[in-house]
Every structure is written in C-alpha cells, then in structure tokens.
Design a protein around this ligand. Structure first.
Ligand SMILES: [Zn+2]
Length: 169
C-alpha cells in the first residue's frame, strides 16, 4: 500500500462534505477503518441505514472514475474487491451492492451495502427507500453501539487483510 501523502486541494474548506469528513478528527475516530494514499474506507456515519454499510472514498477530491489518474485507475478494482470482501466478512451477507452517485458530495464515495437474500426490504432499489426512511427519521438507524463494535472489528480485519483468508485477492 502506498504511503499517505498530502493532497493538493483547491477545494475551499467546508465546500466538500467528503473532504470535510476526511479532515474531521472525530469522524476519523468514529468511522474510519483504514486509508492509504489513494483510498479511505469508512463506515456510513450516523444515522447509518444498516450496520456494515461501508463507504470507499477517493482520498483525492475527484468526481468519479472518469477523473482517475492512471495510478487510481489501476488500483481501483483491487480496492473495491477488498472492501467488498470486508463487508461480507463483517456481516455474513451473501452479496455486496456497490453504488456511487456522487450527488450529495461531488467526491467519489462508493457505497458498499450488505445484501442479505432473506431481506426483501433491501433488494435492489428498495435499499434507496431504506436509506431515505432512515435519513428522514421514519425508520430507526442502525444501533450506534453495534456500528462502533463493527468498526472495531473492521479495523482489525482490514489491518490484517493483506494475507487474510477472507479478504485476500
Ligand atoms: Zn472532496
């Protein structure tokens, strides 16, 4: 993994929610799982729609894969696979959805969502209804204590993931 390096940025402070989270020590303490020079993996902040809903961010402020530099383009697939395997290892889900709109913040943040076959309420676009219901307060969010426990486990697994049996490429 490349070492983290300072990122040149022309983004005014507060202009990008994702950049803001990366720079916020409290957010890092609560939700960040790991980071290298290219990617930052974190749990969805409170209110989290589902425990184990992770988000893989580009460290650099960029809108999406269309903006990748060569190094980012080459590394993206491995990062997505590794993070998706972590979601599965943490939650025991059968599948992991990967969704990126980049509208709430114009900064690539890939939602990695645990998908359990027995839960029809989160099938395909229904998961967006769950997301909106939690955001509006009409559906309870994931228990913050459960999220904190999961983040702790995720950090351990992510740190050992280089050769881990469940997360290795
Ligand atoms: Zn940004």
């Amino acid at each position: 993994m490349p070492e983290a390096s300072p990122q040149p940025s022309a983004i005014p402070p507060g202009a990008c929610g994702v950049c803001g989270l990366h720079a916020d020590p409290e957010a890092r303490d609560r939700w960040q799982i790991g980071a290298d020079g290219l990617w930052l993996l974190r749990h969805h902040p409170d209110p989290a729609p589902v425990a184990g809903w992770l988000i893989l961010d580009a460290v650099r402020h960029l809108g999406g894969p269309i903006d990748f530099r060569l190094q980012e383009a080459a590394a993206w697939g491995g990062a997505v696979q590794r993070a998706s395997r972590l979601v599965q290892a943490l939650t025991g889900c059968e599948r992991v959805y990967a969704i990126a709109f980049g509208e709430g913040a114009r900064h690539l943040h890939l939602h990695l969502i645990p998908r359990r076959e027995g839960d029809s309420g989160t099938e395909a676009w229904a998961v967006a209804d769950v997301y909106r219901a939690v955001a509006s307060g009409s559906r309870p969010a994931a228990d913050p204590a459960a999220v904190a426990e999961l983040v702790a486990r995720a950090r351990t697994l992510w740190g050992a993931a280089g050769d881990g049996p469940t997360l290795a490429p």
